[in-house]
Design a binder for this molecule. Structure first.
Ligand code: ADP
Ligand code: MG
Length: 571
C-alpha cells in the first residue's frame, strides 16, 4: 500500500524554517551535528526499549550511524539503525515542534538577525536544520519491531508542506537524504564531511562511520618492490564511540567536553564550567554536570523542562529527570549514570526512592562545590554566572534547609561599600569588613537600587562607617525571610524600628536620645494626634542626620517592602 498524503507544517515550523535559513547561514555545518545527534538518540532509545524486548534488535545489535555523500547528485545521506519512526511518528515529529515554550520563543524574536540567531541556537533547531543547506529532504524510516512494509517515505522542500507515503524498507532505522542547494554543494564532499564529523562526534556513544575506498593491488617489481594485495573498501568509525563520561577525565579534551555539552543541552554556546565525577563504594554513579554560560530564554517558564539525563549502567533511560536536582539549581545541565537504580526505572519509581534521594543530595553538593570553586578561583566568571542565574539561586535558602549556609555563601549583593549597582559583595566579604563590636549584618530592601542607596535609613550607618547591603530585586524580600543569619550573625533590616547597634552606639548617644525625647514631647504629641490611626507610634530618633522624618516597621511587623509585595499579589 502506498498512499501518498500531503500535510501542512505547523505554523511554528514554518516560522522556524524561515528564520533558520536566514539567521544561521554563518553556522551551516550544524545540520550535521543535529542529524548525527538525532541518530545517536535513536540508538539510545532502541537500546532502552530492547532491554524489555530483545526482538527489537532483529538480529542486528551493532548500532551505528553512517554518513555518505554523492558528489554528482549533490546529496548527503545520514542513516542509522536505531529505533526508527512509524507513519504517525513521522507526521508528529517531522511536522510539528513539541517543545514547551515554543510560543514564548517566537514572541522573543526581534527581527534583529544576530540576536535571533543566538536565540535560535538556544531553542535548538534540530531536524529542521537540514533545510539550511538542502532545498529538498527525503526521509526513509521504519520503526523497530514493525514489518518491512510499514516503512515511511517523508519528503519536503521546507516550504509549506510535506508528503508521507508508505513504502517497503527492510532495514530498521532512519535514512535522511539532503538534496543540497545549488550553492551548498561543497558539503557533498567526503573530505569536508569527514572534518565536520570528527569535530562533532567524538563524544557520541554510537559509532559514526564513513566509507573508505579500498586500494588496488600493487604488483611486485623487478627492482625488488613487494606485491601488495588489493584491499576492500569498508565502513570505518570516525569517532571513539565510547560514552564520554565513562572515559578518564585526563583523556578528555576541553573541546570534547564542550561538544558533549552542546549535544545534550541543545545550546550552541560553550558552557561556563563543568564537573565530572565517578563515585565508587556504597553508591556507584558517574555525574557530569554543566553550568551554562547563558540563561535559556524560557528560564522563568514554569512548564520548561529541566533536569538531568538519566542513564542506568550506561543505558539511556530518560531526559529531564528533575528528581535529581532541586528547583533552585534548575539551570544545571548534564547527566547522571547510576549503577544502583533498576534498568526499568520509571518517573514514578524515581519520585519516592532512596537511591534518588541520596543521588540528589550528592549531586546538589557537587554543584554547590563547583560554584564555590568558581567563586574562589575566578571572580569574573562567577560574576557572569551570578548575573545569569543569581535570581534562581536566591530561591535556595527557602528550598534547601540543609544547604542554607553554603548557598548563602554564594549569594552576591550590592553594598554601600562599593556604592555601585553591581552585585558582587558576598556575606563573607561583608563580615570581614565588619566594625569592631558590630554583631549584625545590615541590609535594606527597596524597589530599586537607587531607592535603596538613597534611603534615609542609611544616614546614621553611613555616618558611623557601617556597611549596608543594598537589595532591590523582587525576590530579595522572600530570600531575606528565609535567611535570617549567616556565620552566626543575624541579618538585620535598617528599616526596622530598632537598629540594635549594641556596642556600636556611642557613649553619649543614649543620654542624647533621652534628652531629645523629653524636649520633643509636645511635638510628638501633635504629630500623633494629627496622624491618628494611620500609625501605631511616633518616636524621636537620632538615626536621621539629613532627613526630618521617615516611616519604619515595628519589631515583629511586616516590613514595608513585604507589605508592597503582598499588595501587589492582591492580598
Ligand atoms: P529533538 O531531537 O530535540 O527532539 P529534533 O527536531 O532534532 O528535536 O527531532 C524531532 C524528533 O524527531 C525527535 O525527538 C525524534 O522523535 C524524531 N527523530 C528525528 N530524527 C530521528 C531519527 N534519526 N530516528 C528516529 N527518530 C528521529
Ligand atoms: Mg535533535
Amino acid at each position: 500500500m502506498s498512499k501518498q498524503e500531503t500535510h501542512g507544517f505547523q505554523t511554528e515550523v514554518k516560522q522556524l524554517l524561515h528564520l533558520m535559513i536566514h539567521s544561521l547561514y554563518s553556522n551551516k555545518e550544524i545540520f550535521l551535528r543535529e542529524l548525527v545527534s538525532n541518530a545517536a538518540d535513536a540508538a539510545d532509545k532502541l537500546r532502552y526499549e530492547a532491554l524489555t524486548n530483545n526482538d527489537l534488535y532483529e538480529g542486528e545489535g551493532e548500532l551505528r550511524v553512517r554518513i555518505s555523500a554523492d558528489k554528482e547528485k549533490g546529496t548527503v545521506t545520514i542513516s542509522d539503525n536505531g529505533i526508527g519512526m512509524t507513519r504517525d511518528g513521522v507526521i508528529e515529529h517531522l511536522g510539528t515542534i513539541a517543545k514547551s515554550g515554543t510560543a514564548d520563543f517566537f514572541k522573543n524574536m526581534s527581527g534583529d538577525e544576530s540576536k535571533d540567531s543566538q536565540l535560535i541556537g538556544q531553542f535548538g533547531v534540530g531536524f529542521y536544520s537540514a533545510f539550511i543547506v538542502a532545498d529538498k529532504v527525503t526521509v526513509r524510516t521504519r520503526a523497530a519491531g514493525h514489518s518491512s512494509d510499514e516503512g515511511v517515505l517523508w519528503e519536503s522542500a521546507g516550504e509549506g508542506d510535506f508528503t508521507v507515503e508508505t513504502i517497503t524498507k527492510p532495514s530498521r532505522g532512519t535514512e535522511i537524504t539532503l538534496h543540497l542547494r545549488e550553492d551548498e554543494k561543497e558539503f557533498a564532499d567526503d573530505f569536508r564531511l569527514r572534518s565536520i564529523v570528527t569535530k562533532y562526534s567524538d563524544h557520541i556513544s554510537v559509532a559514526v562511520e564513513m566509507y573508505e575506498e579500498g586500494t588496488p593491488a600493487v604488483e611486485a617489481t623487478e627492482e625488488g618492490g613487494e606485491a601488495v594485495p588489493a584491499t576492500e573498501g569498508s565502513w570505518k568509525p570516525m569517532n571513539k564511540a565510547t560514552a564520554l563520561w565513562t572515559r578518564n577525565k585526563s583523556d578528555i579534551s576541553k573541546d570534547e567536553y564542550h561538544e558533549f555539552y552542546k549535544h545534550i543541552s541543545h545550546d550552541y554556546t560553550d558552557p561556563l564550567v563543568w564537573s565530572h565525577n565517578r563515585v565508587e563504594g556504597k553508591q556507584e554513579y558517574t555525574s557530569l554536570l554543566y553550568i551554562p554560560a547563558k540563561a535559556p530564554y524560557d528560564m522563568w517558564n514554569r512548564d520548561r523542562k529541566h533536569g538531568l539525563k538519566l542513564f542506568v549502567q550506561r543505558v539511556f533511560v530518560m531526559d529531564d529527570a528533575e528528581q535529581f536536582m532541586p528547583s533552585y539549581l534548575r539551570f544545571v545541565q548534564g547527566l547522571i549514570d547510576s549503577n544502583d537504580l533498576p534498568l526499568n526505572v520509571s518517573r514514578e519509581i524515581l519520585q519516592d526512592n532512596k537511591v534518588t534521594t541520596s543521588l540528589r543530595t550528592a549531586v546538589t553538593k557537587r554543584v554547590l562545590g563547583m560554584l564555590e570553586k568558581l567563586a574562589k578561583n575566578d571572580a569574573e566568571k562567577y560574576l557572569s554566572f551570578w548575573t545569569e542565574f543569581g535570581q534562581v539561586l536566591k530561591e535556595g535558602p527557602a528550598e534547601d534547609f540543609a544547604n542554607k549556609e553554603r548557598i548563602a555563601g554564594l549569594l552576591r549583593f550590592a553594598s554601600t561599600h562599593t556604592g555601585e549597582a553591581t552585585t558582587n559583595v558576598s556575606l563573607g566579604d561583608y563580615i570581614e569588613r565588619m566594625q569592631e563590636g558590630q554583631t549584625k549584618i545590615y541590609y535594606i530592601v527597596a524597589d530599586s537600587h537607587e531607592a535603596a542607596a538613597n534611603s534615609p535609613h542609611l544616614e546614621l550607618l553611613r555616618k558611623k562607617g557601617i556597611e549596608v547591603l543594598l537589595m532591590s530585586e523582587r525576590i530579595d524580600e522572600w530570600l531575606i525571610n528565609h535567611l535570617t543569619e549567616f556565620d552566626g550573625k543575624q541579618l538585620h533590616s535598617v528599616t526596622r524600628g530598632d537598629l540594635e547597634l549594641g556596642e556600636l552606639e556611642d557613649a553619649g548617644e543614649k543620654e542624647a536620645q533621652e534628652k531629645l525625647e523629653t524636649e520633643s514631647e509636645g511635638l510628638v504629641k501633635r504629630v500623633k494626634d494629627s496622624l491618628g490611626e494611620k500609625v501605631s507610634d511616633v518616636k524621636v530618633t537620632t538615626r536621621l542626620t539629613d532627613t526630618p522624618a521617615c516611616v519604619v516597621a515595628g519589631e515583629g511587623e511586616m516590613s514595608t517592602q513585604m507589605i508592597k509585595l503582598m499588595q501587589a499579589a492582591g492580598q
